[in-house]
Design a binder for this molecule. Structure first.
Ligand code: GDP
Ligand code: MG
Length: 239
């Protein structure tokens, strides 16, 4: 292998039954390892594949419908995104349940980590007569969208290429997608975000927009992050 080979950490997220495990298996094949998240019995599956000699490490996050802090699975997924340093999120979206699946996507986009969407179950969507304008979806979300039928291995190479290209372009992204919370909330969010940005420790460790949204929603884990200050090891999940 080339001396300069890179190693890239990618978090694989998605709602239950979106085909997350199928995509994961399709990309990594037999190169998989299972451990537990520290201190708890939830399985942490890691897989590896090589793209033109560079190593891509995939971490399979627990399947969740959203990214609040109400369930253990959601907290694990969220903590990994906040503290595990993935450079990219691969979001598996079920094309036949697009609206419901995008609920998680919007929350992932707020984490301020480059995102690639595998628009999976394209066969099911097509059989139901749905026509999805894949390019328009990508334009609106300002992200790359790759249509896949993971159970048939369709879209695998396109997905690998999209992951790599998004990784290489990660610093040259134009403005990323921002959920608009409407004229009542946006001014409050902006002022909160401004305050959080002025705190160098917080803004270095957490996406301030995300933190502002969560604080406004009364998210207790987010409040704890602000209270406790970053810097200590919080990858451990204490129930
Ligand atoms: N028709 C179709 N089935 C799929 C596709 N991807 C996955 N599946 C099937 O959908 C079911 C759920 O997939 P799985 O990977 O376990 O979902 P997960 O819960 O997100 O990990 C399985 O029976 C898969 O074989 C796809 O693109 N098309
Ligand atoms: Mg699964």
């Amino acid at each position: 292998m080339r001396k300069s080979a890179k190693e890239v950490l990618v978090a694989v997220a998605g709602q239950p039954n979106s085909g997350k495990s199928t995509v994961f298996n399709c990309l990594t094949g037999a190169r998989q390892f299972v451990a537990n998240y520290p201190g708890i019995t939830v399985e942490k599956k890691t897989g590896v594949y090589y793209y033109e000699g560079d190593k891509v490490v995939l971490v399979d996050l627990p399947g969740t419908y959203s990214l609040t802090s109400y369930s253990l699975e959601e907290r694990i997924a969220r903590n990994f995104l906040l503290h595990g340093n993935p450079v990219l999120i691969l979001d598996i979206v079920d094309a036949s349940n697009l609206e419901r699946n995008l609920y998680l996507t919007f929350q992932l986009l707020e984490m301020d980590i480059p995102l690639v969407i595998a628009l999976n179950m394209m066969d099911v969507a097509r059989n139901r007569g749905s026509q999805i304008d894949v390019e328009e979806l990508g334009r609106q979300l300002r992200t790359v969208v790759v249509p896949t039928v993971a159970s048939k291995g369709k879209g695998k190479e396109e997905l690998r290429r999209a992951v790599w290209e998004s990784y290489e372009k990660r610093n040259s992204r134009s403005t990323s997608f921002r959920m608009n919370y409407g004229e009542n909330l946006e001014p409050i969010l902006s002022s909160l975000e401004r305050k959080l940005s002025q705190d160098p420790t917080l803004s270095k460790h957490y996406p301030t927009r995300w933190l502002a949204v969560k604080l406004l929603g009364g998210d207790s884990e987010a409040q704890k992050l602000v209270r406790e200050r970053p810097g200590t090891d919080k990858t451990k999940e204490n129930e």
